[in-house]
Design a protein around this ligand. Structure first.
Ligand code: IPD
Ligand code: CA
Ligand code: CA
Length: 258
């Protein structure tokens, strides 16, 4: 089954690559920062048509068209284009993210980094891979030498959950903080050991389902900001190597009290 997940993620990626820097319709969702393009919708329709044909009884949680509930133990959790702002502005950092859950546990995670043509995959209990290379988080335990990555929700101007203070706090205690614009790619880079850690608030299940498994199968830890194990429905997300996790939790907990 994972081969089918990979194939459809790549097919959707192909549609997105063909649409890149062409003319496409853009609509606003909740505000003028929150965009959806006709290519997001095209990618999602392709993936959903595939599932309906191949696995007609499976349930779906998809960003643009919502939830389709069937009495199945399987749920597909789909972000048809993670990094829409980048895509709409011609910046080549975006992905397709597909997670598959069985009995509420993610068993497959696939993130296709489209413009680098790199595929991140994980199967529960079998490790995670970048193409054919096995992934491991890095072993850095020194926050001052860490390079971190984060993202901001579309209502960042309202500073939800002290997102701005937390960003400032990490800027001050790390080597650098990046903001790439695709949460799924951010987390795959943690799994690969490129970044030491990632945090963000108010992500959605489709942003994290696949990449969470990819981080965990690479030896990383994913929790909320109290250190409780995260689920795909968590509203706070910290994904890092195990050595720096506690230090990052301290910063997340203290950053807005000072
Ligand atoms: C967004 C990206 C971004 C993150 C936002 C997400 P979208 O997803 O993952 O990096 O900061 O919180 O909503 O809207 O491009 O699919
Ligand atoms: Ca997303
Ligand atoms: Ca999206």
């Amino acid at each position: 089954m994972i081969d089918k997940v990979i194939n459809i993620a790549k097919e959707a990626g192909e549609v997105i690559r063909e649409g890149f820097r062409k003319n496409f319709l853009i609509e606003y969702k909740t505000n003028s920062s929150n965009l959806v393009t006709e290519i997001d919708k095209k990618s999602e329709q392709l993936i959903i048509d595939f599932i309906r044909k191949e696995f007609p009884t499976h349930s779906i949680i998809a960003e643009e068209s919502g939830t389709q509930n069937y009495s199945s133990e399987y749920i597909w959790v789909i972000d048809p284009l993670d990094g829409t702002t980048n895509f709409a502005h011609g910046l080549p950092i975006f992905s397709v993210s597909i997670g598959v859950q069985k009995n509420n546990e993610t068993i497959y995670g696939v993130v296709y980094d489209i413009m680098r043509n790199v595929l991140y995959t994980a199967e529960k209990g079998n490790g995670s891979y970048c193409d054919n290379r096995k992934l491991h988080v890095n072993d850095n335990d020194d926050l001052e030498k860490s390079v971190l990555v984060t993202g901001f929700p579309y209502n960042i101007k309202e500073n939800p959950d002290h997102a701005i203070e937390r960003f400032v706090a990490f800027l001050k205690c790390s080597r650098a903080v990046r903001r790439l614009g695709s949460a799924a790619i951010d987390m795959c880079y943690v799994a690969e050991g490129v970044f030491d850690g990632f945090w963000e608030v108010f992500l959605n299940p489709w942003d994290v389902c696949a990449a969470k498994l990819i981080v965990e199968e690479a030896g990383g830890i994913v929790t909320d900001f109290n250190g409780n194990k995260a689920t795909i429905f968590s509203k706070q997300f910290l994904a890092s190597n195990p050595y720096i996790h506690k230090n990052m939790l301290n910063v997340l907990q203290l950053s807005y009290n000072n």
